[in-house]
Design a protein around this ligand. Structure first.
Ligand SMILES: O=P(O)(O)OC[C@H]1O[C@H](OP(=O)(O)OP(=O)(O)O)[C@H](O)[C@@H]1O
Ligand SMILES: Nc1nc2[nH]cnc2c(=O)[nH]1
Length: 185
């Protein structure tokens, strides 16, 4: 076993499971119902925020009960760290969003800097309405704007460094089938 695999197995062994797989699945189903009710007649353009939004988007898409045009973009500011830095656009969206309702899907709203920047980008590129959906909203008062919330939130989770269901620890464990907090963080 490589040192990295051993380290990552230890991270999981020592982590606290904050939300189990069943609870996450229930939250995603609720998100899908709410999004379907709100957007089924709006022909939204959905953007998955890579990388973290990958798993939520995949699972959500199959539960949305209307025809969805799904695209992706990639913006990152945590990289291999547990605190956020400057937002870097790795891939700006190519799809024409002029006059469209846009739905941005990501794993987590932590400080909200990432979602605010993406929403601003979409508005600047002609989107008439920008809505946001996240699996997790972290409970703290360090939001980019006071009281900032996503339009659709699956779960509220305590202020720890999380991994699982799209969220990584040093690039690993996005695949963990629940939401975990790293020991001591
Ligand atoms: O609300 P914020 O404090 O801005 O943080 C949230 C963002 O952080 C994570 O992305 P990250 O920068 O780790 O990139 P990744 O998804 O490619 O891992 C996550 O996927 C969100 O996009
Ligand atoms: N993996 C991960 N990414 C984040 N981005 C912002 N907050 C978090 C977090 O708690 N975990």
């Amino acid at each position: 076993m490589t040192d990295t695999v051993a380290e990552m197995n230890k991270v999981m062994d020592e982590a606290d499971c904050l939300v189990n797989e069943q609870q996450v699945q229930a939250a995603i189903s609720n998100l899908a119902d709410d999004i379907t009710s709100r957007l089924r007649d709006s022909n939204p353009l959905l953007f998955c925020v890579m990388n973290g939004g990958l798993i939520l988007t995949g699972q959500l898409l199959t539960q949305l009960k209307f025809p969805v045009q799904a695209e992706y973009l990639h913006a990152t500011r945590y990289r291999q760290e547990t605190t956020g830095g400057i937002l870097e656009w790795k891939l700006q969206p190519e799809a024409d969003m002029n006059g469209r309702t846009v739905l941005i899907v990501d794993d987590i709203l932590d400080e909200g800097t990432t979602l605010c920047a993406i929403a601003d980008y979409c508005k600047a590129h002609g989107a008439t309405e920008v809505l946001t959906a996240v699996l997790v909203d972290k409970k703290h008062d360090r939001k980019a704007k006071p009281g900032l919330k996503a339009d659709f939130t699956g779960l509220e989770v305590e202020d720890r460094f999380l991994f699982g269901f799209g969220m990584d620890y040093k690039g690993y464990w996005r695949n963990a089938p629940g939401i975990y907090a790293v020991k001591g963080l």
